[in-house]
Design a protein around this ligand. Sequence first.
Ligand code: PMP
Ligand code: GLN
Length: 384
Amino acid sequence: MTASIAVDSKLPWVGTTIFTVMSRLAAEVGAINLSQGFPDFQADAALFDAAARAMREGRNQYAPMTGVPELRRAIADKVEVLYGKRYDSDDEITVTAGATQAIFTAIAAFVRSGDEVVVFAPVYDSYVPAIEAVGGKAVYAHLRFPEYRPDWNEVRGLITSRTRMIIVNSPHNPTGGSLDAADLDALADLTCNTDIVVLADEVYEHIVFDGVRHASLAAHRELAARTCVVSSFGKTYHITGWKIGYLLAEAELMAEFRKVHQFNVFSVNTPCQLGIAEYMRDASRYLQLAAFYQRKRDYFHSLLRGSRFELLPCRGTYFQLARYDAVSPLADREFAAWLTREIGVAAIPVSAFQPDGHDDRVVRFCFAKEEATLAAAAERLRRA
Ligand code: PMP
Ligand code: GLN
């Protein structure tokens, strides 16, 4: 007889992420995959050459726990030029296995059992499972359709003596919204005289459109002192599969972050870090990213003009939200499945980012794709 144990799940409500579900369905039915966010085009060969050179030069053993110094220095320089704040490359920058690990580790480092963490719904899908896995409780502020703007009065009403952390994401996945200087001032005002840590997910920092400058929390003096800022090279250099990102925080916060980081992952792929460090020396490679994706956004918009989808404003990220009221009466999860199977284009139902499954009947398309992919998808979507 086999022994059986009763597994008392820490995350009973968590299934497989919607990104895996929709990408799998797209592959199964041969649909064009505009669901999970990743480019369908190749990254720059110069980046591969730099990583391969590091491999051939024998840089293949463990990196320092904090990241290779070459990359930490390159990050410090970039952040100083863009946001006017110098993070110390030894004590205030840690290279992580993608933004996902940075986020999980930051939550594990600061959130205790019973602590509350304020998040904004729609909420990126990794935050709440990470909070709950360490015994914290997610408390929801709402970004309401169709503007999806934060309501700082609502946030003020959610803060209690148990609030340990507030997580913001700008530019925002999935809505394409972003925080501006007034938002940051409001957040600074709400948190002053508290011990609340802010976790700022800025993985789309270089993908902000229409001439607007990204308002990084690193650039805000008061907020920077209590904030862990997270970014990801996956988004910036079209290498989501490399899973390399970083976290910035002033020394005291960083020391706590590293206590967990060193036992969570210890260190990150050495030659790829070195490859990125060399590649980053040419700033145009990230400075041109906004224009690159703005062209794709505008192209996708032009292709869908005349379709029955209503496109919502997209200020940043490589995601486009679309209302489909004129196409179908289905709930968004059923609609996304129908669109994938019957029309041949996979999208993400935005209710997947809502804790209560709230459905604004909106889907998310990823436009980080070749023009030919976008054209083929739009041709199908125009028939829907
Ligand atoms: N945060 C947001 C808002 C994201 O969209 C993503 C990935 N798409 C991540 C975090 C995770 O980034 P990484 O792939 O570097 O773990
Ligand atoms: N962040 C990506 C997206 O929003 C997917 C990442 C993942 O698959 N976990 O589509």
